[in-house]
Design a binder for this molecule. Sequence first.
Ligand SMILES: [Zn+2]
Length: 67
Amino acid sequence: MNMRRYPIKKISTENMVEAVVWNCSEKGCNGWMRQQFTLEKQPNCPHCGSSMSLDKKLVPPLNDPLP
Ligand SMILES: [Zn+2]
């Protein structure tokens, strides 16, 4: 029997969506998190503790089913 496997769907930059994110204000730190998952009005960076500012970023889509 020849069972063919479907190729695993890759997440490419073409599928990226623009989302509102908190960006770390610290130079050299690339900490960020999705604003929709952030409950705080003014969160601090989880990596370095600096203040964060709202920005837009291309992120992988959330509607992909988990494996
Ligand atoms: Zn940071």
